[in-house]
Design a protein around this ligand. Structure first.
Ligand SMILES: C[S@@+](CC[C@H](N)C(=O)[O-])C[C@H]1O[C@@H](n2cnc3c(N)ncnc32)[C@H](O)[C@@H]1O
Length: 249
């Protein structure tokens, strides 16, 4: 077991929202932290119920990167334990590198603590294997292009050609584009019986409060057979939080 060290910044993944899916290491760090910078309502109150009475909790919503880095740096220099809390795993769409680089440059000791990423939480919720023998032996974690550009060669239509299992983050609000680019529409045209060219869609969420059904939107837009209960969560800003798992038919 590794100690939690004063004067260190811990960039901690806390999983998909259910405090039971945090690692023991993540909980240990959060409970020992003097400063906790977290994203929105991520864990709800349960995730933060055993904090030190003196711990300072800062919601990063509305803070710029530089402000977050300044807060982390000065607290660590004062000898505090700093927990920078991210949903899922910090290495997946977690802005890890842009925070690690200035900490490294400032000589602040930091550690990254992995968490259960939404892909695995969604697979578990679906009771789905992402690598299915003779169907898919490769998993691609990606997103559809929105305001954030996607590099050449990584557009969804390029990736969909592989026939690998696709796990799409940050994409549910762009479901029409997902359908167009992944070939779901083509599968529809060919109908389910021919089974051919497309992906079956499963929309799933990991444990989270505030469920909203998203089934009708998928059905209405794509006519796709959704294989399992499709529920969704909405965060405080009204942004839908869901992970799409696409298996080739
Ligand atoms: C900015 S990314 C952060 C991903 C996170 N670092 C991870 O590893 O899961 C946010 C996206 O993660 C997915 N996500 C995060 N929490 C989720 C949850 N509880 N259920 C379903 N999807 C979730 C959604 O696709 C959402 O758009």
């Amino acid at each position: 077991m590794t100690d939690v060290k004063p004067g260190t910044v811990y960039i901690v993944g806390v999983g998909p929202g259910d405090p039971d899916l945090m690692t023991i290491r993540a909980k240990k760090i959060i409970d020992a932290a003097d400063l906790i910078i977290y994203t929105g309502s991520l864990l709800g109150d349960d995730g933060f119920r055993d904090l030190k009475p003196t711990a300072k909790l800062v919601d990063s919503a509305g803070l710029h990167l530089q402000q977050i880095v300044d807060l982390m740096t000065s607290a660590a220099r004062d000898g505090q334990v700093v927990a920078r809390v991210h949903d899922g795993d910090p290495a997946i769409f977690g802005a890890l590198s842009e925070q690690a680089a200035p900490l490294e440059a400032a000589g602040i000791p930091f550690e990254v603590v992995p968490g259960v990423t939404a892909a695995f939480a969604a697979a578990a919720a679906l009771k789905a294997e992402l690598t299915i023998p003779e169907l898919a032996q490769t998993v691609i974690l990606t997103r559809v292009e929105g305001r954030t550009p996607v590099p050449d060669g990584e557009k969804l239509r390029d990736l969909a050609r592989h026939g690998a299992t696709l796990v799409l983050y940050l994409s549910i609000v762009l479901i029409d584009r997902v359908a167009r680019e992944s070939g779901i529409a083509a599968a529809l045209a060919g109908s389910q019986q021919s089974g051919a060219n497309g992906y079956r869609v499963r929309l799933e969420k990991a444990p989270f409060d505030g469920m909203v059904s998203f089934l009708s939107l998928l059905t209405q837009h794509n006519g796709v057979v959704v294989e399992s209960a499709a529920v969704d969560a909405t965060d405080n800003s009204g942004i839908v939080n869901a992970t799409l798992v696409l298996h080739k038919v």
